[in-house]
Ligand binder design. Structure first.
Ligand code: ADP
Ligand code: MG
Length: 293
């Protein structure tokens, strides 16, 4: 449907041959593209239209690129290069050919426990890297921003065809008070307690999002939903969700316990990323059959 000759051409992007549009946002369009200097490499090119942005939006864009440049982890999409012209800003990103987790969920309705664990464990590793090593809160963890590399020839095992999972889109990310070292807040020395606890508070938003993500993968629909925005906000504020029948009947108690730990309304009661990764459901080996109830 997308003929190569219908692809737009952008100033300063001559090295990359745009092949097809793979994503579309308010200010950005993402393309699959190939490298004219090496016929084997395909990349994702995120084109951002600066001319449609106000000053605040432009500043956010600078932050997004600045943060993306710092990141190097197997479960985070890798920024290969970034450049800009007067009108556009470009991010050349490693291509995740599997596309969005979102499409997998809508195709499969829900993912079984082993497949969900396979996915969320890797997102958790990315979050651990962001929170513990980099001092960054992602703030936009959702199925559209979780991409993957299908592992060919593996279609029939527990991993489905999902393979390696990568967290993308640092457009809403924030650096938090100093980069934490092994002892959180130890680097700051003179910082007041509320500065340290603010760090905990902000990382909590990613943990909440992990809870929503796990719930959605296992149950096939999100934990909080209402046509009416006010009613929806009320449910979130009260932490009003349930493991409704029949979808949730076959799901293990361990999985529900983990979701409850993540969807705790008070951030100080919510699991942090270390506790998440140490949870029995996460540590369970998908090779061994889970105990049937
Ligand atoms: P936005 O800020 O507009 O949400 P994203 O960075 O999330 O921009 O990219 C939008 C969409 O483009 C993603 O949801 C995904 O479908 C696609 N996309 C982005 N980066 C990649 C990539 N590296 N590989 C494959 N698809 C990608
Ligand atoms: Mg996005």
């Amino acid at each position: 449907q997308c003929a190569a000759n219908s692809m737009p051409s952008y100033p300063g992007l001559e090295r990359w041959r745009l092949i097809e549009k793979i994503g579309d946002g308010a200010f950005s369009t993402v393309y699959r593209a190939s490298d004219t200097q090496s016929e084997y490499n395909e990349v994702a090119v995120k084109v951002m239209k600066k001319y449609e942005m106000n000053e605040t939006q432009k500043q956010k864009l600078v932050k997004e690129v600045e943060i993306a440049r710092k990141l190097k982890h197997e479960n985070v999409v890798h920024l290969i290069d970034a450049s800009e012209t007067r009108q556009f800003s470009y991010m050349i990103i490693e291509l995740c050919p599997g596309g969005e987790l979102y499409d997998q969920i809508t195709q499969l309705t829900s993912l079984d426990e082993n497949l969900s664990r396979h996915v969320i464990k890797q997102v958790g590793k990315a979050v651990e890297y962001l929170h513990e090593t980099m001092g960054i809160v992602h703030r936009d963890i959702k199925p559209e921003n979780i991409l993957f590399y299908p592992r060919v020839g593996n279609e029939n095992d527990d991993e489905g065809n999902i393979g390696v999972v990568k967290l993308a889109d640092f457009g809403l990310s924030k650096m938090i008070c100093g980069v934490p070292t092994m002892t959180p807040c130890g680097t700051m020395g003179y910082a007041a307690p509320e500065l340290c606890s603010e760090q905990k508070y902000t990382t909590g938003v990613d943990m909440w999002a992990l809870g929503c993500l796990l719930y959605t993968m296992l149950g096939g629909f999100p934990p909080f939903f209402d046509e009416d925005f006010q009613a929806m906000a009320r449910k979130v504020l009260r932490g009003e969700y349930e493991f409704a029948s029949p979808n949730w009947d076959p799901i293990s108690e361990e999985a529900k316990d983990l979701i409850n730990g993540l969807l705790a309304v008070h951030p100080e009661e919510r699991l942090n990323i270390k506790e998440f990764l140490a949870h029995p459901w996460i540590r369970q080996n998908s090779d061994s059959k889970p105990a049937s109830h």
